[in-house]
Design a protein. Structure first.
Lengths: 538, 301, 338
């Protein structure tokens, strides 16, 4: 809802510049226009939203390892120059580079790296699950993650997970695998409720870590400024400063971009993007994200939605092709598979989208399920962006087969609360996969360890629907431990095919992130999990 | 036009029954109202809107949710007089059904706020003492907020939707009515005829309902009509923020809001509902002004 | 005389504080009813139950309601309004930043409202029933009947996009954002302070459209009240007497009628100024003006109790305070009401 508010005025500028030529952006700075109001902290393990992660991970804090920007299935070194796992698969060792320095020039060691990892678990914010889901926990963390010498970090695992999976899931471009300054954190730590906050309040306005830039200024809802670190271990960042301005409307961003007052616009809507296509000075980079929008059908105590045929009927109410041509350009790509394209083990485009609008089939499935005259359900959704349009589209088609879908829009936080409390019938919502591996979605959207309400596995969308399949649970766990990549992929294919037809979610599209960049900016590397400011030059 | 003897009876100088007196007053008031051209204009616009709302299924048989993705954002043309919106729905059809929504909100708010305000105000004025103090304190608390902000707060607390926004707006509309009713009651409280009824054994409730309230009615009617203009705008404001009627219900404020993302290409989606809101609000203002001149000429002219 | 005024003030003060307390309680409990969960705004949807519980405790939401209310009152009295969830900063600091923006807008609007409204009202009263009177009435009525947010949108399309006469959303063009420091928080005054005329004119170009739209509403109200006050005055006997003495029409207006309505007019203008706070809420949203109204709406939609409570309190104080001052002014200056 807030985003809709902010997209307040989209305007075409047909005019000749009213104020005369504006100053172009400084030659030594990358100026970005974005929406900054979701930012609440820059302490890496506490960051829970896209903007913060985009700015900090990789740009202010380098991570131990990272995804190859050209191929997210490859892991390349970051602050760690090499890694290895023990033959029994229970120990993972990182060897750090020896030339790591903090912005002020003091050297960074494995001690700092281990502390940063432990801290993520100890602080207990959302990111802690990045590590806790692999067996790390607060009580044993000091033993599980250790710095054995100045350059070596050793992690003890509880199960022999394949290294490739772990690196992707927990360490590559991850906001827990950063190297924060232990000295700075402890020196400025506050004690809250008897416990040390490990520098959480201090790092909020700018973490002290190893990376190409550091934060020099953050005025809430106004501007963020980053400055280059002269002793960064990697290639020297092309531009000395990065200035990120808060410009909440698409129209304003577009105007600034066209006039050259900003170099990059991060939040343009479809109309503005279409209009910019023709502009030779501007290039639009569209990146397929690991993010899915779907309808969640709550099967708890609901014989109607609990019936797999009813759920399958929902799949046929979505006009994937129609949406692709009308509402989805620049926003998403139709996909019915729970694993987004580009993740390891994902079905390809065609296999991942076998459905099309077929009201006759939907009606037939409903009749077979015992509801020839349809039924009534309430659908809740957020008012953001194209969600209302998608919801209304589905509701109109549903009405044609007798399903009356009553829509209710609400703020994001409301939507999440209802979902987490299992207080919904149908929900239109999005989910960001944390890493480009089928396990990311399967572990949250297919594996349900405990379907009881008391289990409160609120971070698992599949738990919220009350759906469970012990068979799928077993397969998913086996896939996690399977060392042979081909065999792993095969298990995931099975799981995806099953979930597409029987699961409690009907997936609609995979998100595209459009970024408009002026052609005067060169070599700007934009990848699904990292937007690398240091790569840009003019 | 009228039967000659009926007209004589209506315009007689001396009335013989209370009913005749009331009818006469109404008749003369109506005559004065008719003389005011602007007021008649307002009344005509409102009647037009009521007609449109009633005849909606005839004017727009396809309903307000007939989507056609291929036709989205079409400019006004012979096929679509007001163009289409971002889902290909005919804007005229949605406007017509939206009239129902707007009028319904207006009526519901009036029906809730006026009796509530009357009751609280007359009770406070009649009983006085601590009843008065307590009721007026509560009144002050509500009054010290600008209407929109209070309504925003209530809707945010109750959750979005037409029912809750009606409740929220009604909660912001009753305080001025109560204040007004109390002022009127205070002047009446010590009137002779009230004392007479009390001596005869009339209970407080009877006195208030049968004698005090009818005297307050004219000014309350005027006040509510004038307040309608603001109520329509507040309701549109709530809809604009997404807190009012939920899609696909065609409420004018939310239609305005959904057109914001297309102002460059498809300005009609936002322009048309706005014009309708202005028209309706203006009509209530004109009617209210005229009613005030007839019913309550003491207040400022 | 002084004792009676003091007594009146004391009585007013006590009634004002009970009203304020009631206001606070109303907002507080309304806010706790907010179905928007502030914890989720912080931790996000992917957080598991233990993270959620931890932040819930950190925000103090596990204590009983009346305890929370009491703690809130206590911290508020010392000027600490808590932290705003959606900006991460102290609400008090946020408010200091956003208030000047709204005051700048409101002041511009009031200048238009008074500058046009008062003369219009006077002329309409003097030439009662004429074309000007009707014109003023219609213009005023339109002002009451038009939603400011819609006028804002239409204004932007016409004057910004198509004609390019005014600046767009926001207080300054992005290129100018850092050019002047913050001395008063009023971009126009700050620009003048530093002598940067380019920034000054840019700020004005952004102020013109939202300010005029808000000013339109004020103008409608002010001109109507001015007209009715003047009509009251002109019906008085002393005006007739002055005319008989031979004073010209306008001299009479200037020297007598206008002077006599000044007190009432000032209170009306003060009220209009306060009502601009309400108009600002949606106007600031449309024009992305980083002021008080925008802050309130953002806080409301984020379920940010601290921000909403503080804003509501401020609005309440302003209104109640204004009513108090108006009452006192009347008592002091108008001998008839003593």
């Amino acid at each position: 809802m807030t985003r809709a508010l902010r997209a307040a005025v989209a305007l075409t500028v047909l005019l000749l510049s009213a104020g005369g030529g504006q100053a172009a952006t400084p030659r030594d700075a990358l100026v970005m226009a974005w929406n900054l109001d979701a930012l609440i902290t820059f302490d890496p393990p506490q960051i829970g939203e896209l903007n913060g992660n985009d700015i900090i991970v990789g740009n202010v804090c380098s991570t131990l390892v990272q995804y190859d920007p050209k191929d997210t299935s490859r892991i390349i070194p970051g602050t760690a120059e090499s890694w290895s796992s023990s033959p029994d698969g229970l120990t993972l060792t990182f060897k750090l580079r020896s030339d790591l320095k903090f912005p002020d020039g003091t050297p960074a060691t494995a001690e700092d790296a281990a502390w940063s990892l432990q801290r993520a678990v100890l602080l207990g914010y959302f990111s802690s699950s990045t590590l806790t889901q692999w067996g790390f926990n607060k009580d044993q963390i000091a033993d599980q993650i250790q710095a054995t010498d100045a350059n070596t970090v050793v992690l003890k695992l509880s199960k022999p997970y394949p290294a490739a999976l772990l690196l992707s899931a927990a360490f590559a471009n991850s906001n827990v695998a950063v190297i924060l300054s232990k000295a700075a954190g402890l020196k400025n730590a506050k004690t809250i409720d008897g416990k040390s906050d490990l520098g959480n309040a201090f790092f909020k306005t700018g973490p002290v870590c190893v990376g190409p830039y550091h934060v020099t200024r953050w005025d809430a809802n106004d501007v963020v400024v980053l400055e280059r670190n002269e002793n960064f271990f990697g290639p020297k960042p092309g531009l000395r400063r990065v200035i990120i301005r808060h410009v909440p409307e698409s129209s304003a961003q577009r105007l600034l971009l066209e006039k050259g007052d900003v170099d990059v616009a991060r939040l343009l809507n479809t109309d503005d993007l279409k209009a910019l296509e023709a502009n030779k000075d501007i290039h639009i980079e569209q990146t397929l994200m690991q993010r899915m929008t779907y309808m969640s059908l709550n099967t708890t105590n609901d014989p109607i939605l609990g019936n797999p045929k009813v759920r399958e009927a929902f799949r046929y109410l979505i006009d994937y092709d129609g949406l692709a041509n009308t509402i989805l350009p620049y926003k998403g790509v139709p996909r019915a598979d729970l694993v987004p394209a580009g993740a390891f083990g994902a079905l390809d485009r065609k296999e991942g989208q076998p459905f099309s609008l077929d009201l006759a089939k939907a009606k037939q499935l409903l009749t077979e399920a015992g509801y020839p005259d349809g039924f009534s359900k309430k659908m809740i959704l957020s008012a953001n962006d194209i969600n209302p349009a998608i919801a209304q589209h589905v509701a109109t088609n549903a009405a044609k087969v007798g399903i009356k879908l009553e829509l209710e829009q609400m703020a994001d936080a409301n939507l999440f609360t209802r979902g987490r409390n299992r207080d919904f019938e149908v929900q239109l919502i999005e989910w960001q996969a944390q890493y480009p591996d089928a396990d990311a979605m399967v572990s949250r959207h297919a594996t349900n360890p405990d379907a009881r309400p008391e289990a409160k596995l609120v971070g698992y969308p599949v738990w919220r629907t009350g759906w469970q399949s012990t068979d799928i649970n077993t397969k998913a766990e086996a896939a996690r431990l399977e060392q042979d990549p081909q065999k792993r992929a095969a298990i995931y294919k099975e799981i995806q095919q099953y979930m597409m037809h029987n699961g409690p979610m009907a997936y609609i599209f995979q998100t595209i992130r459009p970024i408009a960049v002026r052609t005067s900016v060169k070599d700007f590397v934009i990848a699904p999990f990292s937007v690398d400011y240091s790569s840009a030059s003019k | 036009m009228m039967n000659a003897s009926f007209r004589l009876w209506l315009t007689a100088d001396v009335t013989t029954t209370p009913w005749q007196a009331r009818l006469q007053r109404a008749y003369f008031g109506w005559r004065r109202l008719c003389g005011n051209r602007l007021t008649m204009l307002g009344l005509a616009v409102l009647l037009f809107l009521v007609m449109v709302a009633a005849l909606a299924p005839l004017i727009a048989p396809e309903g307000y949710d007939a989507q056609s993705l291929a036709d989205r954002l079409a400019a006004p043309s012979a096929a679509h007089w007001f163009g289409t919106d971002d889902l290909g729905r005919d804007v005229l059809a949605r406007m017509v059904y939206g009239t129902r929504v707007t009028l319904m909100i207006a009526c519901l708010v009036a029906v809730i706020a006026a009796p509530l305000g009357l009751l609280v105000g007359t009770a406070a004025g009649y009983f006085g003492g601590w009843v008065d103090t307590v009721l007026m304190r509560i009144n002050d608390v509500f009054l010290s907020f600008p209407g929109l902000i209070l309504a925003l707060g209530f809707v945010a607390a109750l959750g979005p939707g037409i029912r809750n926004s009606v409740i929220a707006i009604a909660l912001t509309a009753w305080p001025p009515i109560a204040r007004l009713a109390r002022a009127e009651t205070l002047t009446l409280r010590n009137a002779d005829y009230i004392a007479a009824v009390r001596i005869q054994g009339g209970s407080a409730l009877r006195i208030i309902l049968h004698h005090v309230v009818p005297m307050c009615l004219p000014s309350v009617v005027v006040r509510i009509t004038l307040a309608m203009a603001g109520i329509i705008i507040t309701a549109a404001g709530l809809g604009f923020l997404g807190l009012g009627a939920q899609p696909p219900m065609p409420e004018w404020g939310s239609m305005l809001s959904s057109g914001r993302a297309h102002l460059s290409g498809a300005w009609w989606i936002s322009a048309v509902p706005g014009i309708a809101i202005v028209m309706t609000s203006l009509a209530f203002n004109l009617l209210g002004d005229g009613l005030r001149d007839v019913l309550d000429p003491r207040s400022d002219s | 005389m002084h004792l009676s005024i003091l007594k009146a003030v004391a009585r007013q003060a006590s009634s004002v504080s009970t009203t304020l307390l009631g206001l606070l309680a109303l907002t507080f409990f309304m806010g706790r009813m907010l179905p928007i969960d502030p914890v989720l705004s912080i931790v996000g949807d992917q957080a598991d139950q233990s993270t959620y519980d931890m932040v819930h405790r950190q925000l103090g939401l596990d204590k009983p309601l009346y305890v929370q209310f009491f703690l809130y009152i206590r911290s508020m009295l010392s000027g600490d309004f808590g932290n705003a969830l959606f900006t991460g900063h102290r609400v008090a600091d946020d408010l200091m930043k956003v208030f000047p923006a709204t005051v700048e807008l409101a002041t511009f609007a009031i200048i238009i409202g008074v500058g046009i409204g008062v003369p219009l009202g006077i002329v309409a009263a003097v030439y009662r029933g004429s074309v000007i009177d009707h014109f003023a009435r219609v213009v005023g009525l339109l002002g009451y009947s038009s939603p400011a947010f819609w006028l804002g949108l239409m204004g932007l399309i016409l004057f910004y996009a198509t004609l390019g006469w005014v600046g767009g959303p926001g207080r300054l063009d992005v290129g100018f954002m850092d050019s002047v420091g913050t001395h008063t928080g009023f971009t126009t005054i700050d620009a003048l302070w530093e002598g940067d005329m380019e920034v000054f004119w840019n700020a004005v170009s952004h102020l013109v459209l939202p300010g005029s739209i808000l000013g339109y509403g004020s103008m409608a109200y002010i001109s109507r009240m001015t007209r009715s006050f003047m009509l009251e005055q002109m019906a008085q006997e002393y005006i007739v007497a002055a005319r008989v003495k031979g004073l010209s029409g306008w001299a009479v207006i200037r020297r007598h009628a206008f002077r006599n309505i000044l007190v009432q007019l000032v209170t009306v203008i003060a009220l209009a100024y306060a009502f601009l706070l309400e108009g600002a809420v949606l106007t600031e949203t449309v024009f992305a003006w980083p002021g008080f109204g925008h802050y309130l709406v953002a806080g409301l939609l984020a379920g940010d109790m601290n921000a909403v409570l503080a804003c509501v309190l401020i609005v309440g104080i302003i209104f109640v305070g204004l009513n108090l001052i108006t009452d006192l002014l009347y008592r002091l200056l108008d001998p008839r009401t003593r």
